[in-house]
Unconditional design. Structure first.
Length: 296
């Protein structure tokens, strides 16, 4: 079995689920411990960071990162899935102007409450919503807080509008398209979706599954993998002294006199005295110690 550790950024292609990508990578890389960092719909494309080996401990950190999408909004059509793959429920004429669309887009910027779509992987009473939807059932969903940091119109070819959206985790762009259409009074759904960025990872750094497979064949695949330390490079690096090494080895907290340099706020990368990366620690001002958050 391979021993790859870290993050590889996949350019997910249309027709694959995020689960499909993980399954295919397990075969290509010959390893089992792989997980993705945020679901993309089968029809969506773009950036999908995938965690390998010890990198799977980073999944929740990467899932929390803000994301950027480019979407094509199709006004005048409502579907049951809120995108063009679904059944058309209603069609209306589109008589809105570009200025009206710009104004409505701007109104969604900031904190919002969004009701997740029925065709989603969220679970209610242990069952995924899309499974219930396929059975013809609709259940009540609680609105969830999300944040849109930017919604920028890129192109107008009414009834199509291409937009760029930067948002928080847990946001459904399909639902945003639907809600924009509702507010404009003509309905709307999502026609295309490309995720162009997840946190620090952009489309230019991503690789297709075919490219990964080719890199395995020619022995260069490790060049595509960001080691855990690089993913966490934004956190300051601290080093234990020889007295702190034994505590580190057992995942115990360290007092400040066992660590240098000092950084007494937030999260830090902790290293043993020989330079071996051990994990993420957090300073506790009350107890005057660094406590482990994640050990690697």
């Amino acid at each position: 079995m391979a021993d790859f550790q870290g993050i590889i950024v996949i350019h997910k292609e249309k027709g694959f689920t995020s689960h499909d990508v993980v399954a295919k990578l397990r075969g290509i890389l010959h390893m089992k411990k792989i997980g993705h960092t945020g679901t993309l719909d089968p029809d969506a494309t773009g950036v999908l960071p995938v965690a390998l080996g010890k990198g799977t401990k980073l999944v929740d950190l990467l899932t929390d990162k803000e994301k950027t999408y480019e979407a094509v909004l199709h006004l005048g059509i409502d579907t049951d899935t809120q995108d063009m793959s679904g059944t058309v429920l209603e069609e209306k004429p589109v008589n809105v102007t570009e200025d009206e669309v710009r104004k409505v887009l701007k109104s969604f910027v900031g904190e919002q409450l969004q009701i997740p779509p029925m065709y989603s992987a969220l679970k209610v009473n242990g069952k995924k919503l899309y499974e219930l939807a396929r059975e013809g059932k609709t259940v009540e969903r609680k609105a969830r807080p999300v944040c849109f940091y930017e919604i920028e119109p890129l192109e107008f070819h009414l009834p199509l509008v291409k937009i760029r959206v930067t948002c928080s985790k847990g946001t459904y762009i399909r639902t945003l398209c639907h809600d924009i259409g509702e507010k404009l009074g003509c309905g709307g759904c999502m026609e295309e979706l490309l995720r162009s960025r997840v946190g620090r990872y952009s489309l230019s750094e991503s690789h297709t599954l075919a490219q990964v497979e080719a890199a395995v064949a020619d022995g260069t695949v490790r060049d595509m993998i960001d080691p855990v330390e690089k993913v966490l490079a934004d956190y300051p690096a601290l080093y234990a002294n020889s007295y702190g090494d034994r505590l580190l080895a057992n995942g115990n907290p360290l007092s400040d006199n066992l660590v240098s340099p000092q950084h007494k706020e937030g999260w830090v990368r902790m290293y043993a005295s020989d330079g071996t990366f051990t994990g993420i620690f957090q300073w506790d001002a009350g107890k005057k110690k660094y406590y482990p958050v994640k050990m690697f």
